[in-house]
Design a protein. Structure first.
Ligand SMILES: [Mg+2]
Length: 215
């Protein structure tokens, strides 16, 4: 039986929605301290991120209100990372998981393991896949492009790599490590890497614009 494996961020749900959810949690935390309504703070952070990226958002909001300190920036970061996000699957991801509900489905995702686990929980994915592999649980060196957890999936399902398809968005790391082993790869063209041009080693076997194209 073929096995279908999905990346998480920007493949099954828009990662920016996690970022915005985190900003709203930080806004709730900062609101009493800065004496500014949380909605105002959240809107400011969301606008700032859109222009400058997320690197300095907490520094900027604290500076803007004359309350910058290293400790407060750290507290914002903690609040962001520990918040329980509100997230929704992309509509085509929702349909895809339903369409392939009888297949062995998996998730493979990099990133902070507790953060990724909270995303999986928020999206109610635990009941829809056999397992969500958070590569971080196996050590940082097991992050993509390392093929380790993909090999664990083969062992668990008793299949060869040729029977496993991985769907991801990040051409920089999602496919280059597993392609030489025979895994099938599909690139979903969305998120930050949608327009990124990759060489043959990094490119997937095929590209799609929507998970509805997976049949
Ligand atoms: Mg991704």
């Amino acid at each position: 039986m073929p096995v279908l494996v999905f990346d998480l961020d920007d493949t099954l749900y828009p990662e920016l929605s996690y970022v915005h959810s985190g900003f709203r949690a930080v806004a709730d935390f900062l609101s009493p301290l800065l004496e500014v309504p949380a909605e105002t703070l959240a809107a400011g952070m969301i606008a700032d991120e859109a222009v400058q990226g997320r690197g300095q958002v907490f520094d900027n909001v604290l500076r803007q209100h004359g309350k910058w300190s290293k400790a407060l920036v750290a507290a914002c970061l903690r609040t962001y990372r520990q918040h329980r996000p509100t997230l929704s699957l992309y509509p085509d991801a929702e349909r895809c998981l339903t369409r392939f509900a009888d297949w062995p489905l998996y998730i493979v995702t990099d990133g902070h393991k507790e953060v990724q686990a909270r995303k999986v929980a928020a999206l109610h994915l635990a009941s829809r896949v056999r397992h969500a592999y958070l590569t971080n649980r196996y050590g940082r060196h097991r992050a993509k492009p390392d093929p380790h957890v993909f090999q664990l999936i083969c062992r668990r399902e008793g299949v060869t790599p040729e029977e496993v398809t991985y769907v991801g968005d990040n051409v920089r790391k999602d496919f280059v490590g597993i392609k030489p082993l025979g895994f099938k790869t599909v690139r979903i063209l969305r998120g930050n890497y949608a327009h990124y041009e990759a060489d043959a080693a990094h490119e997937a076997d095929r590209s799609i614009h929507s998970l509805d194209e997976l049949v």
